[in-house]
Design a protein. Structure first.
Length: 266
């Protein structure tokens, strides 16, 4: 299969299939889903850490050699800063929308809640489209390095996208959309991943020297999501039994990535 075909296939899997799986996940009883989701987040945390530190960063370093290590470090720091700013912008936009609705003097309490929920739904769709396009760029950068790295990166993307998509689905339903329409729109935002992957394929092919630095930025994104987005939620429960389960599932996520990498280099 041509490399572009691999990128289209796996960006579609990372963006669309994860949304479809999230929709299926919502069919399980609510109590069971509430018990399963924290375990899935622990596993996703390990997969992201493993993909960043055992796959993407080593490939980035190999691409530039020892002399380019400083540049990879700079790309990593810049990547962390970029993802921090992106998250800040999303939070700021959400807070601005909330305050605007709150200050509406002629709205009833019901209207205020309705507009706020609608704004949250729109923000989710816009934010997901941007996020998925970026995921597509990261997957394409990995595939341009080698196909096994692309597969590992897609796996890590899908692992963290599924719990994220479940939450987004709930927000869209709360915004007044039917479950079917919310699922369709959630799936549609996944197309942005394919678009991002195609753009990155043509853009990075013309600047292959930038590829190791793109991998470093991808690693930064995975690290930021794991450390700033997922791990704080895991700390909400600190009892020994839950903590042990989290450590085991994080280690399992890291271990699967390490195993996949070892197969790729045999």
């Amino acid at each position: 299969m041509p490399l572009l075909g691999w990128i289209i296939l796996f960006t579609a899997f990372g963006g669309i299939a994860s949304a479809a799986f999230a929709g299926v996940f919502l069919l399980v009883p609510e109590q069971l889903g509430a018990r399963i989701m924290p375990h899935f987040i622990s596993f996703a945390t390990g997969a992201l850490l493993g993909a960043a530190l055992l796959a993407l960063l080593p490939e980035a370093m190999a691409g530039v050699g020892p002399a380019g290590a400083h540049g990879i470090g700079i790309a990593l720091v810049l990547g962390l800063g970029i993802f921090f700013v992106i998250e800040k912008l999303v939070l700021w936009r959400h807070a601005t929308s909330h305050n605007h609705d709150h200050n509406g003097k002629h709205e009833s309490h019901h209207d205020h809640d309705h507009h706020r929920d609608h704004a949250s739904g729109v923000l989710v769709l816009v934010g997901d489209s941007i996020h998925n396009a970026l995921d597509g760029v990261l997957i394409a950068a990995a595939f341009l390095t080698n196909v096994p790295l692309g597969v590992v990166t897609t796996f890590a993307v899908a692992a963290h996208e599924i719990p994220h998509r479940v939450g987004d689905f709930a927000i869209l339903v709360n915004a007044g959309l039917s479950r079917v329409r919310a699922l369709v729109l959630n799936l549609a935002t996944g197309l942005a991943s394919v678009v991002g992957g195609i753009i990155a394929y043509f853009g990075l092919q013309r600047a292959m020297g930038a590829l190791p630095y793109a991998l470093a930025v991808a690693a930064a994104g995975f690290l930021y999501i794991a450390v700033a987005g997922l791990i704080p939620g895991l700390h909400r429960r600190a009892d020994p039994r839950t903590s042990l389960g989290q450590v085991i599932l994080i280690a399992l996520g890291v271990g699967i990535i390490a195993w996949a990498q070892s197969l790729a280099h045999e």
